[in-house]
Design a protein around this ligand. Structure first.
Ligand SMILES: *[C@@H]1O[C@H](CO)[C@@H](O)[C@H](O)[C@H]1NC(C)=O
Ligand SMILES: *[C@@H]1O[C@H](CO)[C@@H](O)[C@H](O)[C@H]1NC(C)=O
Ligand SMILES: *[C@@H]1O[C@H](CO)[C@@H](O)[C@H](O)[C@H]1NC(C)=O
Ligand SMILES: *[C@@H]1O[C@H](CO)[C@@H](O)[C@H](O)[C@H]1NC(C)=O
Length: 503
């Protein structure tokens, strides 16, 4: 059973994309500001062009003898022509042409060099030159830009599908950011990209790339973000070890084999997304040292048990998504989540989990979202769940749970429809729980027999350890906006994440 009605991961990805896009814009804007400050002294204009000005701001008539490097200038003409931007060849000096999407820096001899080139309409406000998607290519002249730090093509070759040119591997040693996003590229990732050893960001998201992930990428030792998501990559994940890698996104490919344990040597990982592949075998149990990892998504693979004991050492983890894996009748150890104090989202729907729900989950007091539906959990709902004061979404439906639901009225009313309990073996509620109060929601369970007077039979709790726990106070002052506060904290998290990457 694949449930696709849970919107959160999508939102998360959209947010990440948005942040990337915004950040890229910021990056360019800050570069623009830099280049304007270079020119302000001699162009004698007090009006700095804003991003709403037309593509070309006009050619400034500069009095000094600064010139753009002629070889680089010719390369830019070639690149512009190859993307259908023939207008550029009428510009006598491309570094004075000042269209959005080109960045130049002078060297000490006042010769201008191209440091950044960007194509593709990101938004209405960011008018990088667009590409003619039916005929555009990347001109080989691009290798004549030895000072290039950033190369960015977005939705440029969609209707003229061609492979990523291997000559990009000959780009200058200064290249730090290579983004070829949603371009319709086909064929393999060229091994030659491994020659770009100074790269910090490699983003090939959403193309039609096939073949396997080249081992040569391991040569890019300073890599901080590797996004190969939404392609058709096959083969297994090579034993990559990037000491500075913050983001590794391989989601939506056709990757097979096991998760290599060398990955856990990428000690700087913040986000790890392998979802929607065909990965098998257990999660390698050596997860120590990933002290910064905030998001791990392994959902919709063929990952098996056992449940990794070291998972609990991920002390920074905020989001763990394992749903849609067979996991092979795995039992979650009762201390399986101890130490994950920051965990806000735990999604383990349809993962074939057995045994009782670990009591220790109740220690994760930051939990907002907990999905354990579609498993084979038996026994009763741990009483410790009462301590989950931030919980706004709980799915325990479609399991073998029995006994009375331990929540108090406040918790039930906080979650309302996002509390799902139906289709269990024998769950019931006590009159005091508030579950029966509402005519608006039907939680799909009935009143416990024990709470109706005169009934002899009591529903047996498998785990009856009474936790002292903090005093239950009605949290009326905590407005029912956990979703909003969650969204806020995720925004903050993603912002911090990308600040880390780009600084
Ligand atoms: C700068 O422009 C102003 C008018 O816009 C002019 O009066 C002034 O002489 C110019 N300065 C220089 C150094 O060209
Ligand atoms: C670039 O990489 C390829 C394949 O990985 C290699 O054959 C080639 O010699 C490299 N070129 C340079 C200039 O390093
Ligand atoms: C990649 O796709 C192309 C067609 O676009 C096909 O000819 C080629 O064999 C594929 N390569 C691999 C390794 O699957
Ligand atoms: C719960 O499931 C486990 C594992 O499948 C089993 O060993 C145990 O006996 C079950 N407990 C109850 C009360 O059914």
């Amino acid at each position: 059973m694949t449930s696709t009605n849970w919107p959160l991961p999508l939102h998360l990805h959209q947010k990440l994309l948005l942040v990337l896009v915004c950040f890229t814009m910021l990056l360019f804007l800050s570069d623009l500001v830099k280049s304007f400050t270079v020119e302000v002294s001699d162009s004698n204009t007090s009006t700095v062009p804003s991003s709403s000005t037309p593509l070309i701001d006009g050619i400034s008539t500069k009095q000094d003898n600064a010139r753009t490097d002629t070889r680089e200038q010719q390369a830019v003409y070639d690149i512009m022509k190859a993307t259908g931007n023939d207008w550029a060849i009428d510009i006598p000096d491309v570094c004075r042409g000042r269209w959005h999407g080109i960045e130049c820096m002078p060297d000490k001899d006042n010769v201008y060099h191209i440091v950044s080139l960007s194509f593709g309409a990101l938004s209405d406000d960011t008018a990088f030159p667009t590409c003619d998607p039916t005929s555009s290519t990347i001109s080989p002249s691009i290798i004549n830009l030895p000072h290039l730090k950033t190369l960015f093509f977005y939705r440029c070759f969609s209707y003229n599908p061609h492979p990523i040119p291997s000559f990009l591997g000959q780009l200058g040693p200064s290249l730090q950011t290579l983004v070829l996003r949603e371009n319709g590229h086909v064929g393999p990732i060229p091994n030659e990209l491994g020659n770009l050893t100074r790269l910090k960001v490699l983003d090939l998201h959403k193309n039609n790339l096939n073949g396997s992930i080249p081992v040569s990428l391991n040569r890019i030792t300073g890599l901080r973000s590797l996004d190969l998501s939404v392609n058709r990559l096959t083969g297994s994940i090579p034993g990559l070890t990037f000491p500075n890698l913050n983001v590794l996104d391989l989601n939506q490919n056709r990757l097979t084999g096991t998760i290599p344990s060398t990955l856990w040597d990428c000690h700087s990982l913040i986000k790890l997304d392998f979802s929607r592949n065909r990965l098998s075998g257990p999660i390698p149990d050596k997860l120590t040292g990933l002290n910064d990892l905030m998001l791990m998504d392994l959902s919709f693979n063929r990952i098996q048990g056992p449940f990794p004991k070291s998972l609990k050492s991920l002390s920074s983890l905020q989001v763990l998504i394992l749903k849609g894996n067979p996991m092979g009748s795995t039992i979650v150890p009762d201390d399986g989540f101890d130490g994950m104090k920051g965990l806000m989202i735990l999604v383990m729907s349809n993962t074939n989990l057995h045994g009782s729900i670990p009591e220790s989950l109740g220690k994760l007091t930051n939990l907002r979202v907990l999905h354990l539906d579609g498993n084979h959990f038996n026994g009763s709902i741990p009483k410790s769940f009462r301590n989950l004061r931030s919980l706004s979404e709980l799915r325990l439906n479609d399991n073998g749970l029995i006994g009375s639901v331990p929540f108090e009225r406040e918790m039930v009313w906080r979650m309302k429809r996002k509390l799902k309990l139906s289709n269990n073996l024998g769950l019931c509620y006590d009159a005091s729980s508030g579950l029966g109060d509402s005519v608006d929601f039907d939680f799909g369970i009935g009143l416990c027999e024990s709470s109706s007077p005169g009934s002899g039979r009591t529903v047996q709790h498998v785990s009856d350890r009474e936790k002292p726990g903090p005093k239950t106070t009605l949290m009326d002052d905590v407005s029912i906006s956990s979703d909003a506060s969650f969204a806020r904290s995720m925004r903050l998290a993603t912002f911090v994440l990308f600040t880390l990457i780009f600084l």
